[in-house]
Ligand binder design. Structure first.
Ligand code: SF4
Length: 302
């Protein structure tokens, strides 16, 4: 595999209105954080099926919120199949000593720091210089993203089901060409759906499954797949917000039936239901200020 993004959590210290990973659509009831066991099993299963991966980007939300991130670093560092990896952080929190030690011992891990100082309404303190000092002191490679004076983002637009026909969805994918394959473990999905249904009959997630569906899915997922490969972080986040069943056929399940040919076929696919939720990728891109903050949870509606 050339590259994939490993999602550890949807929790974040910021709330960017135009986050490309859809964190602005998660609330506390729908948020997701993997377990160390779940993500370790997912990586073990995937790495057994591929020859190598050139780069893995560890993302969130804010991945430093995942308490066992040092253990994830050690797993990636110990695999000969993983050629390099980085952690993307927004510099709102500093790495713990265990993570610094794990990165210091690694010859292929580095940190990517998102510089959001140009956000027009950010009111949380960023520790970019302090983080750089710490990483330099530990000789951990790092670089800064979005540092250019005129750095902007492209607006991802609102995310909701558009109702395109099959060819329209294929066309949207072909115009997008987002190369960000995304992987999530899913050990918490069945349980979290059940929790939601038990605690809140009027759950805010869109189109919640029935309790019977959640029970059945929980049992099925416990027996088979440990995680999934999605075409991009928007697709993986949608699967958490709306349920995996909604996107059947879009992803590769990392179960005993999966082999490297299924993964190769995934890269040849051009129809993904998730692509119906994105704005018109053929339209001119709209530049927007970076990291504009919102205080609301966005809905998957127009
Ligand atoms: S869901 Fe499809 S169209 Fe949207 S960003 Fe992902 S690959 Fe592109």
């Amino acid at each position: 595999m050339p590259y994939f993004e490993l999602v550890l959590t949807t929790r974040c210290t910021l709330r960017c209105e135009s986050c490309n990973n859809l964190m602005q659509y998660f609330d506390s009831s729908s948020s997701y954080t993997c377990t160390l066991e779940g993500i370790a099993k997912t990586l073990e299963t995937l790495l057994a099926k591929i020859d190598s991966v050139y780069n893995i980007r560890i993302i969130g939300g804010e991945p430093l919120l995942f308490k066992d991130i040092d253990a994830v670093v050690k797993i990636l560092d110990s695999s000969k199949k993983v050629k390099s990896f980085d952690i993307v952080t927004n510099a709102t929190i500093l790495p713990k000593p265990a993570l610094l030690k794990a990165l210091q011992a690694s010859a292929k891990g580095f940190i990517s720091i998102s510089d959001y100082t140009k956000s027009p309404n950010l009111d949380i303190k960023l520790h970019i210089h302090k983080l750089q000092e710490i990483l330099q002191a530990h000789k951990i490679p790092h670089h800064i993203l979005w540092q250019e004076a005129k750095a902007t983002w492209f607006s991802p637009g609102k995310i909701y089901k558009r109702g395109r026909d099959r060819q329209g969805i294929v066309d949207n994918f072909l115009h997008c060409q987002m190369p960000c394959v995304s992987i999530m473990s899913h050990e918490m999905i069945g349980r979290s759906l059940l929790d939601k249904l038990e605690s809140s009959p009027t759950s805010s997630i869109v189109a919640p499954p029935s309790k019977a569906q959640a029970v059945s899915f929980s049992k099925a997922s416990a027996q088979s797949s440990v995680g999934e490969i999605f075409i991009c972080p928007i697709a993986s986040s949608l699967s958490r917000l709306k349920g995996l069943e909604e996107f059947s056929g879009d992803f590769v399940s990392l179960d005993s039936t999966c082999d490297k040919y299924e993964i190769l076929n995934f890269y040849a696919k051009e129809f993904f239901k998730a692509c119906d939720y994105c704005h018109d990728m053929a339209a001119p891109k709209e530049s927007i200020p970076i990291a504009v903050q919102t205080s609301t949870t966005l809905k998957l509606t127009p």
